[in-house]
Design a protein. Structure first.
Length: 269
């Protein structure tokens, strides 16, 4: 393991930003200066010896001038509940930044971001990166209920928002992919558009279909368990669409990803 990716970060603040969703801001110069959108960290849950494996978290945002980085997460199990109740100045044992990152074509003239639930996590950093290139952005963001939306005023600074909720409490009632289909149907010129996607598997499957139908390049950040973070445990296999005979038939999300060209991977619905 490279010593450059092993860090001890200091928690600066913890804030609840939506229902069961928290933002941890921590101090670490290496992560804040070197992280790219789509990369992740492996965090060891402090004071919890019964949890042996680290937990993967997308890097939500960075502020290099302040040496800070942000992690966005939901409280689902014992580990994330422990993280949500850390005190400021607590120490975090982290590995990262790990994995690859989203890439941007030179000729890109519009970025279309599609996020489902906590799939919004990698996109604040992406939008800041694209804003430096003055790329227009559309954000299609879907959740179950309006109290699950995170940081909408911040995202609105960078992108035009297209919101959906399953219960109809805010925006379109239904699936966010419905909004995406309508938008692309109304805008027939897709030259220079790129899709960036993160969220539940059924959503990824539908977006892959939509991207193929409209002939738009699409990248997906896959959500999967990544116990080690660097390929040793081989527990995060992602099937390839066209494996070469005699060679590997799977990517590893932590090592080859977590960002993939959607044409290269199998996404089951």
């Amino acid at each position: 393991m490279s010593p450059e990716i092993l860090h001890h970060a200091t928690v600066r603040s913890i804030e609840q930003v939506a229902r069961d969703t928290y933002l941890i801001c921590s101090v670490d110069e290496q992560v804040s200066c070197n992280a790219r959108a789509g990369q992740f960290l492996e965090i060891k849950v402090p004071h919890c010896a019964e949890i042996l494996w680290r937990r993967p978290f997308s890097i939500h945002n960075t502020q290099p001038q302040k040496h800070t980085f942000d992690i966005l997460f939901q409280t689902i199990g014992q580990g994330t509940h422990r993280l949500a109740h850390l005190a400021p100045d607590s120490e975090l044992d982290i590995l990262g930044p790990l994995g690859n990152h989203f890439y941007y074509e030179r000729e890109m003239r519009e970025a279309i971001v599609v996020a489902g639930g906590l799939g919004i996590a990698p996109f604040m950093l992406m939008m800041r990166e694209l804003a430096q290139r003055r790329i227009p952005m559309q954000l299609f963001y879907g959740v179950g209920s309006s109290d699950q939306f995170c940081c909408l005023p911040l995202f609105e600074k960078y992108a035009t928002l297209h919101l959906s909720t399953i219960d109809g409490s805010l925006g379109h009632q239904g699936l966010v992919t419905d909004l995406l289909s309508d938008y692309l149907d109304r805008n027939s010129d897709n030259h220079g558009k790129s899709l960036f996607v993160c969220g539940p598997t059924p959503m990824l499957h539908k977006v892959k279909e939509i991207a193929a139908c409209h002939t738009i390049a699409a990248q997906a950040s896959v959500e999967t368990v990544m116990a080690c973070g660097f390929g040793a445990c081989v527990g995060c296999a992602v099937p390839m669409t066209n494996p070469v005979a005699g060679q590997k038939e799977y990517f590893l999300a932590c090592k080859d990803g977590p960002v993939f060209d959607m044409r290269e991977i199998v996404i089951d619905d």
